[in-house]
Design a protein around this ligand. Structure first.
Ligand SMILES: Cc1ncc(COP(=O)(O)O)c(C=O)c1O
Length: 439
């Protein structure tokens, strides 16, 4: 990007100053210079700022002011230390697979504080979580009702509803159109009838997940209002009270130069009205609202750091070739569902006082032009061996990346808090289920 005078610009530096400490030339995370953390854990690396995650959790909890319980959505970042941090803060956990269930249990989550959502839950997964204990299962389709019925043990469950299109919000639509997620709102009565007919299912509530990366507070609140109305409808149809109204996650963080952060004050201002809307329905009088964010809690607190391995100029473009790229960080390369490829914020974390005014295109080591982490951004003069950090990388980073593509080494991962580095087990598949099974 260039400013009107033609100088290269980069919004990453202003963001880095907002989110982290900068002392001298060095960006600090959790009380330590990124340069030092990398010298201890190696590069490439994901570095998570424990204090930053706690701050995000506490800001959201303060804005919600008791209206909704927060359940951390593990898919954003399944590192055990990260889950543990949110459990320590008082969060419940939302999971979408048996692997995530095991990670949540290993991180200390109480089974009763775990929600299981997600399409295509296999019978073996359902059996395992019901056996181990689970707060609620969010039912996504009729076949899931049959599987739970066949297992026979009593479960608390919610109906996941795919809302009608006009309440859709967010950058990536997960509901409101044809999806594999939940029951279409148009089919709600049939879903209620099927769930209530299953003798071992105790209908606890409803679940609506409208979309991800929502930066518009009004859109978020509009989706929540609609979810409360749907909960009232379900309760009135069954004539029984509901205990939970899961409003979904989707709270966004600013990635790109013109993104404005989600206005949490506007969310806080809507809380009395939302509470009144719930209380207006006697069958929701004792119901508890739930939000299940992932990105908002972890995204801003994570960096992906890699070393420059080579520099080259091709047809006037300066390329910085890093040790890792989209194989570790698919989202930053713009290939994780983004329609338009825009730059994630990048900085040189050990050269923070140098002007970032030299045009640079930052690429990874893969043999594909898709492996580009920032196009035509501004960075200081840099050499081989210098570090580049991609900010806003704590959510949907390593966990959403094709780590085996080109068989490069996997990155290190660490949670850093109050000067202490806790390294995280290398990424590995936790799936130990058989491939085929009876349904
Ligand atoms: C059911 C459900 N809950 C929560 C989340 C977390 O969303 P986000 O990270 O946007 O808050 C997702 C993300 O896909 C989801 O599918």
């Amino acid at each position: 990007m260039a400013d009107p005078a033609g100088k290269a610009t980069n919004h990453g530096y202003a963001l880095a100053r907002q989110l982290f400490d900068i002392r001298g030339d060095d960006l600090h995370v959790g009380g330590l210079a990124v340069r030092e953390i990398v010298s201890r854990i190696g590069s490439p690396a994901y570095i998570y700022d424990g204090g930053g995650m706690r701050r995000a959790y506490r800001r959201l909890a303060a804005a919600l002011d008791g209206f909704a319980s927060i359940y951390y959505s593990v898919k954003a970042n399944p590192a055990r230390s990260v889950i543990r941090l949110f459990v320590e803060e008082g969060a419940g956990v939302e999971i979408a697979s048996l692997g995530e269930y095991r990670a949540a249990i290993a991180a200390g989550a109480a089974p009763g504080r775990i929600l299981f959502a997600g399409p295509g839950k296999r019978r073996a997964e359902l059996e395992a979580v019901i056996e181990g204990g689970i707060g609620e299962i969010h039912i996504e389709g009729l076949d899931e009702i049959e599987r739970i019925r066949a297992i026979g043990k009593r479960v608390h469950a919610s109906i996941r509803i795919n809302p009608v299109p006009d309440v859709q919000v967010g950058a990536m639509r997960m509901g409101g159109k044809a999806t594999a997620f939940g029951f279409d709102e148009e089919d709600l009565d049939a879903a209620i009838a099927a769930v209530t007919a299953a003798p071992n299912i105790d209908l606890a509530g409803i679940h609506v997940y409208g979309g991800t990366q929502i930066l518009d507070a009004e859109a978020l609140i509009g989706g929540w209002r609609h979810a409360i109305d749907l909960a009232s409808r379900v309760a009135r149809t069954t004539g029984r009270p509901l205990r939970t109204v899961d409003l979904g996650g989707g709270l966004g963080i600013p990635y790109y130069a013109n993104d404005k952060p989600l206005d949490l004050d506007a969310v806080a201002a809507a809380v009395p009205e939302l509470t009144a809307r719930m209380r207006a329905e006697p069958l929701l009088a004792d119901a508890r609202a739930i939000v299940e964010p992932g990105r908002f809690l972890t995204g801003e607190a994570g960096l992906y750091v890699s070393e420059i391995n080579a520099l080259k100029t091709s047809r006037g473009v300066r390329f910085l070739v890093l040790d890792g790229g989209m194989n570790h960080h698919l989202a930053a390369s713009g290939n994780l569902g983004q329609v338009i490829k825009r730059n994630y914020p990048v900085v040189a974390p050990a050269r923070m006082t140098a002007e970032p005014d030299q045009p640079a295109t930052v690429v990874g080591p893969l043999c594909t032009p898709l492996d580009t982490l920032a196009r035509d951004t501004g960075l200081p003069e840099l050499r081989a061996g210098d570090l580049v950090a991609v900010l806003q990388s704590g959510a949907y980073g390593l966990t959403a990346s094709p780590v085996n593509f080109l068989s490069h080494p996997q990155p290190a991962e660490a949670l850093v808090e109050e000067g202490k580095i806790e390294t995280i087990d290398r990424f590995r598949s936790m799936d130990v289920l058989p491939n085929r099974e009876e349904t």
